[in-house]
Design a protein around this ligand. Structure first.
Ligand code: NAD
Ligand code: DAU
Length: 340
């Protein structure tokens, strides 16, 4: 039995990953270390809370004592925990530097001290900056982060790199494009728009709606991370992407159509400051070297995701309260209806 420490397992991708590992890897015991910030939700893992190969530890990755204790006997670390929303990093970058940079450093030191054998740092294509109408991010693309979120992730990537170089620390880095799927917090485009539309509320499209993102289903991302953990080479970076580029407006129209809602629900709101125009991932290295491929077609994945949100009204309702409503008001104000 291998002991795997997953950080941020109560968030969107982390909770999908914990489910994925418990389903597919009978010889892995998962320890989930999560601070339960606004984005962390115990309900995401309620169905496995008593699973014999799962244990939850409530704690902050910047807390050296908690991390040192959680790391005891751990073979591998999969590091998801982060502040993850670009718009929140524009409102206040402080928590992003604290968790994403300092938290990663604390984890790296504790993992080194504990003799961890493999450390996968889950990063993002946003570290590469923005593309024009053509071309793709490869693992060789120079880092050019544009938002405070992206800058904090790039800083953490470079810290990981330095530990590999200086200490021969056994780390690998993944950089993935935009994820979608179940359990995504409704501050990100797809779950925000679905949950608003289910209530016949308007959806806020930034700028001209022509920004492009490359969408990947979260289960394909989880499979990619597990493949990198199994077969990746220490010190290497692996891009993961969905080969599914869409403009935000194309995506918005697809959501309206799938939910049978009118285009009049679209609200064009002022653009995100510093808004990256286009992301597109070249994931051929991961495909060639590791045999991983994104397998879920975007149309199928989107339909399943809409169905999941439709059938989880209680999950959405529990989030759309308190802190969420304050954030919504601060971010969107009177540009769109109140989210309550
Ligand atoms: P999320 O915001 O849904 O979840 C983050 C989780 O981390 C939450 O459970 C939260 O409680 C926990 N957390 C935050 N600060 C913590 C701290 N100080 N100590 C312990 N736990 C803490 O994020 P997500 O979308 O699931 O993203 C997970 C990771 O994947 C992040 O590192 C992100 O940069 C990366 N990533 C995300 C995407 C995407 O499209 N969402 C794409 C590529 C990479
Ligand atoms: O590319 C990977 C990244 O994808 C991850 O590293 C981040 O953690 C994740 O949040 C995501 O970042 P984005 O900023 O691309 O995702 P978001 O869902 O916030 O926005 C997607 C696009 O939709 C982007 O062009 C901004 C636009 N948008 C977003 C929101 C929330 C809108 O037009 N209106 C909105 O209300």
């Amino acid at each position: 039995m291998i002991s795997m420490l997953v950080t941020g397992g109560c968030g969107f991708i982390g909770s999908n990953f914990v489910h994925y590992v418990l389903e597919h890897e009978p010889d892995i015991h998962v320890i989930n270390l999560d601070a339960l910030t606004y984005a962390g939700n115990l309900a995401n893992l309620a169905d496995v809370a008593n699973h014999p190969r799962y244990r939850f530890v409530h704690g902050d990755i910047t807390d050296r004592d908690i991390v040192r204790t959680a790391m005891q006997g751990v073979h591998s670390v999969i590091h998801f925990a982060a502040e993850s929303h670009v718009d929140r990093s524009i409102l206040d970058s402080g928590p992003f530097i604290r968790t994403n940079v300092l938290g990663t450093q604390v984890l790296l030191d504790a993992a080194r001290a504990a003799g961890v054998e493999r450390f996968v740092h889950v990063s993002t294509d946003e570290v590469y900056g923005s593309l024009g109408p053509s071309g793709y991010f490869t693992e060789e693309t120079p880092l050019a982060p544009n938002s405070p979120y992206a800058a904090s992730k790039a800083a953490s990537d470079l810290l990981v790199r330095s530990y590999v170089h200086t200490f021969h620390f056994p780390a690998l880095i993944t950089r993935c494009s935009n994820n979608y799927g179940p359990y995504q917090f409704p501050e990100k485009l797809i779950p925000l728009f679905i949950s608003n539309l289910l209530r016949n509320e308007p959806v806020p499209v930034y700028g001209d709606g022509q920004n492009v993102r490359d969408w990947i289903h979260v289960r394909d991302h989880c499979a990619g991370i597990l493949t990198v953990w199994k077969r990746g080479r220490v010190g290497e970076i692996y891009n993961l992407g969905g080969r599914s580029e869409r403009t935000n407006l194309q995506l918005t129209h697809a959501l309206l159509e799938a939910l049978g809602k009118p285009k009049s629900l679209i609200r064009y709101v002022p653009d995100r400051p510093g808004h990256d125009r286009r992301y597109a991932i070249d994931c051929s290295k991961s495909e060639r070297e590791l045999g991983w491929h994104p397998a879920i077609a975007f149309e199928d994945g989107l339909r399943q995701t809409i169905d999941w949100y439709k059938s989880h009204a209680d999950w959405i309702a529990a989030i759309r309260t308190g802190e969420y409503l304050q954030y919504y008001q601060r971010q969107y104000g009177s540009l769109v209806h109140d989210a309550s």
